[in-house]
Write a protein that binds this ligand. Structure first.
Ligand SMILES: [Zn+2]
Length: 197
């Protein structure tokens, strides 16, 4: 099987650069971007700069111009995607995802953005679909694959009342309750203090 090769002009022959190029659109990378964007968009009115920064951190290298409408649509997509993370079990996560997938605008297709990226699936109506539509479609698709592969919810909501970020369950091992080591430590200290009275 021939591996995907960056086209001439985009090609950087170092193995690390090649690996980065071919995995940027892998399902885990897309799911990580989903969780980061949900957390950036859900809590308060997000600024275009913050959202742009998250998109850049997760490999978006095209032009990013976010209008107030774009931000509102991204935020509404984030609130709907958050329901998948908040689902109690695999069945509920699957039902929630099915509901989101029914509202996506496109049919499943592969695109390489005219050779600018490795081939990867899209579920929005066009490669230049609005940001909110793209976010809902690409995120639903990546969460679908994670649920399909692992037969468990693709993530959860941090159990710390002070946080409520979403996180992914990508590795194996015991189920996690917190988004980060920081939250786990804070809650452990709080429980210890409560126990001591
Ligand atoms: Zn947390």
């Amino acid at each position: 099987m021939q591996p995907t090769t960056p086209p001439a002009g985009h090609r950087d022959e170092t193995p690390a650069a090649r690996r980065e190029w071919t995995t940027r659109h892998a399902v885990q990378a897309t799911a990580r971007r989903t969780a980061a964007l949900v957390n950036a968009l859900v809590d308060k009115a997000p600024s275009a700069d913050t959202v742009t920064e998250v998109l850049r951190e997760h490999g978006e290298d095209g032009p990013i111009e976010l209008s107030a409408d774009d931000l509102a649509e991204l935020r509404s997509a984030a609130l709907r995607l958050r329901e998948v993370f908040a689902a109690d079990d695999t069945d509920r996560a699957a039902e929630t995802l099915n509901r989101l997938l029914r509202s996506t605008a496109g049919t499943l297709r592969l695109t390489s953005h005219d050779g600018a990226s490795p081939w990867h699936p899209h579920l929005d109506s066009a490669d230049d679909a609005p940001w909110g539509e793209w976010f809902l479609a690409s995120s639903s698709l990546s969460l679908l694959v994670l649920l399909w592969n692992h037969q468990r919810p693709p993530g959860g909501v941090c159990a710390s009342p002070a946080c409520r970020n979403v996180y992914l369950t990508l590795g194996s091992g015991p189920p996690r309750r917190y988004c980060s080591r920081r939250c786990a430590t804070r809650e452990r200290v709080a429980a210890y203090r409560r126990a001591r009275g």
